[in-house]
Design a protein around this ligand. Structure first.
Ligand SMILES: Nc1ncnc2c1ncn2[C@@H]1O[C@H](COP(=O)(O)OP(=O)(O)OP(=O)(O)O)[C@@H](O)[C@H]1O
Ligand SMILES: [Mg+2]
Length: 498
């Protein structure tokens, strides 16, 4: 038995002119959790896709348990005991949980899927990990977070010895993240080898043993988690010390620009609030508290009651598109839902929102659009080969930045951001915080929904907290702390229900 269950040596990968990986080597022991870190576009997913047989290296060699292997197709990697939970989930909504877990491996009897058997096997897997879903219910009934756990069950169903998690916690709630940590610790005890990609430092310190950092497709160093500080890791990732994550606040709240009264539907209960010009209003709460639902109701995506005023005049918004015309831009939380046209270029995707706004006049000035697009590629540090590059070729975090860029390019008066930095690396996060601050300083009014406490506290002038669809509290910058936000996030004044 070799000391290492896995070694990847001198791996390079070129996509046309892009050098996604350049002479990267990696090793992994049994019972070890290796955290793969790096900025968006650094090459993390690509390296793991090569291991999983989804992509072929341009150069390099993989060894499993000391033996050189060729992994040409995903099925080869499964043969060698590698299983990967991908960043972009590939699941089928109209199939059941069990069918999704055993997809492509149905056990059939006389041409029929042995439903009973796969349901039992799915159940056994869940029992092993202490998670519970109805194996017979359709996948579409589950949230993104739950689907992520189902994907993990699928990875485990292969009885792999190496499991790769590509940003597993990005969409998980606090409880589910804890559950995943437990699962990873258990896998470790069972001597499985694990590689985890994550932009969240909490993940690294919760379950990681060792860190390896990629930068611009190259090895940038690493070490034992127990011997590295956050600053050390960030230094390796961005190549410089990051002195501050949040910018000095320069914005000032002015008059009321948006007034919402008694917004209500099934998930949101009589929520009233005001948003001021130039203000950054944070909305906190646990996942499921109704924050996304509030934004959806406000924009007329979901039906409901209540009234809205903009600049003192009643206004009704029937769709996000209608919102854009009225000066409200929306960044939704689910990237798949964000209407990115993956086949099309960054430029075309960015222009989409400008088009919506300018279509009234029925003409476009392409040169200007190109410049706008270039501006956001630079500002948001989108790693790409230029504005003509197809969005599907971008890394996950960079796709997120395109959506944000498109949102900003529509030059709204009010910006609604739902988890704006999900899947975005630390360096780019700081850039996004600065952009948000600058926009507010220029008079934009911004609402930010965020599950990250530090983010909420770092950028908001005022924070509204939600619990079970009710507004459970309001805190001004300066008085808000993690503790009092959490306190409001887990309960609300019952009398408010009346
Ligand atoms: N199919 C492809 N065609 C062209 N370029 C690609 C393709 N897939 C990835 N790339 C490029 O390779 C580089 C590395 O991408 P990768 O997805 O590995 O990044 P990552 O480190 O996983 O980033 P993130 O944190 O954003 O997920 C990026 O510049 C990306 O644009
Ligand atoms: Mg990735």
């Amino acid at each position: 038995m070799s000391e290492y269950i896995l070694e990847m040596k001198n791996i390079s990968k070129r996509f046309g002119g892009i050098h996604a990986l350049n002479d990267v080597s990696l090793h992994l022991r049994r019972g070890e959790v290796l955290c793969l870190c790096g900025e968006n576009g650094a090459g993390k997913s690509t390296l793991m896709k090569i291991l999983a047989g989804i992509q072929q290296p341009s150069e390099g060699q993989i060894y499993i348990d000391g033996q050189p292997v060729r992994i040409r197709k995903p099925i080869d990697s499964i043969y060698y005991g590698v299983s990967m939970v991908q960043q972009e989930l590939i699941q089928i909504e109209e199939m059941t949980v069990a069918e999704n877990i055993f997809v492509g491996r149905y056990k059939t009897k006389g041409g029929f899927v042995e439903e009973g058997r796969i349901n039992r096997e799915a159940k056994a897997l869940m029992d092993e990990l202490g998670i519970y879903f109805d194996p017979k219910s359709l996948l579409k009934h589950y949230s993104i977070a739950q689907r992520q756990l189902i994907e993990i069950l699928k990875a485990l169903s292969y009885h792999a010895s190496i499991i790769v998690f590509d940003e597993p916690t990005a969409a998980l709630t606090i409880e589910e993240t804890e559950k995943l940590y437990k699962i990873i610790r258990k896998l470790k005890e069972d001597k499985m080898a694990i590689i985890m990609i994550s932009h969240r430092m909490e993940d690294i310190y919760a379950v990681g043993d060792r860190i390896q950092v990629l930068k611009d497709g190259c090895d940038s160093g690493g070490g034992l988690v127990s011997e590295m500080t956050v600053d050390d890791i960030v230094q390796l990732m961005v190549g410089r010390k990051m002195t501050q994550q949040f910018p000095e606040k320069t914005n000032h709240s002015g008059e009321v620009i948006l007034k919402a009264e008694n917004l209500s539907n099934e998930r949101v209960h009589k929520v009233s609030f005001e948003l001021h010009k130039g203000e950054i209003l944070g909305i906190g709460g646990l996942v499921g508290a109704g924050r996304t639902e509030l934004l959806r109701l406000l924009l007329g995506i979901d039906p409901g009651e209540g009234s809205l005023q903009m600049n003192g005049k009643p206004v009704e918004i029937n769709s996000p598109r209608d919102g854009v015309h009225k000066g409200i831009a929306f960044l939704p939380e689910d990237r798949k839902d964000q209407g990115l046209i993956l086949e099309q270029s960054i430029l075309q995707n960015t222009i989409l929102s400008i088009l919506e706004r300018l279509s009234k006049w029925g003409f476009m000035n392409t040169r200007k659009e190109k410049n706008v697009c270039k501006e956001y590629i630079e500002k948001l540090r989108i790693r790409c080969a230029g504005s003509q590059m197809a969005v599907k070729m971008l890394s996950g975090g960079n796709q997120q930045k395109v959506v944000l860029g498109r949102c900003l390019a529509s030059h709204p008066d009010i910006l609604l951001l739902d988890e704006p930095t999900r899947g975005v690396d630390v360096g780019a996060k700081a850039e996004i915080y600065k952009i948000i601050n600058d926009l507010a300083t220029a008079g934009l009014s911004i609402i930010v929904v965020s599950s990250e406490m530090t983010e909420l506290l770092g950028i908001s002038d005022r924070i509204l907290v939600m619990h079970e669809g009710y507004l459970s509290g309001e805190l001004m910058r300066g008085e808000a702390t993690e503790e009092n936000i959490m306190h409001m996030a887990i309960s609300h004044d019952q009398t408010a229900k009346a």
